[in-house]
Design a protein. Structure first.
Length: 136
């Protein structure tokens, strides 16, 4: 079976260890009550998704980076190239920011987790082997 690339696995919000298990329990990021719900472990390879208590607090820095990048892109396109007023600029920026905020939240968690977990092509086999040994 061909391995998914890390970028493809990140975009699909898959486990960083096996690139197969889903990182979030609900696929709809606009379901605000369940936007942050993640299984404790990967359903495929058993890798824990919260490496320590408060782990995802660090994902705020990734999210901040997204917001700054988005602001810079909007500034270049709207303020410099199109020369729109400040009201239009901030209106468009805030509207786009609110529209993609759930994706920024989730992808900041995904990127942060990928920074601390590396891919293992044998992760699922190791997990299955450990489960078979512990059930005997």
């Amino acid at each position: 079976m061909k391995k998914k690339s890390t970028l493809t696995a990140m975009l699909g919000m898959k486990c960083p260890k096996c690139h197969k298990g889903n990182l979030f329990t609900h696929s709809n990021p606009y379901n605000i009550n369940k936007i942050h719900k993640m299984p404790e472990k990967c359903p495929e390879c058993g890798t824990p998704f919260e490496l320590e208590p408060g782990f995802y607090t660090g994902a705020m820095y990734v999210n901040y980076g997204f917001a700054v990048l988005l602001f810079a892109l909007h500034y270049i396109v709207l303020a410099i190239v199109l020369n729109v007023s400040a009201y239009v600029f901030f209106g468009v920026y805030i509207g786009v920011l609110l529209a993609i905020c759930p994706f920024m939240f989730r992808y900041s968690r995904v990127i942060f987790l990928y920074m601390f977990t590396s891919y293992d092509k044998n992760a699922i086999e190791k997990h299955n082997l450990l489960n078979n040994v512990s059930h005997k």
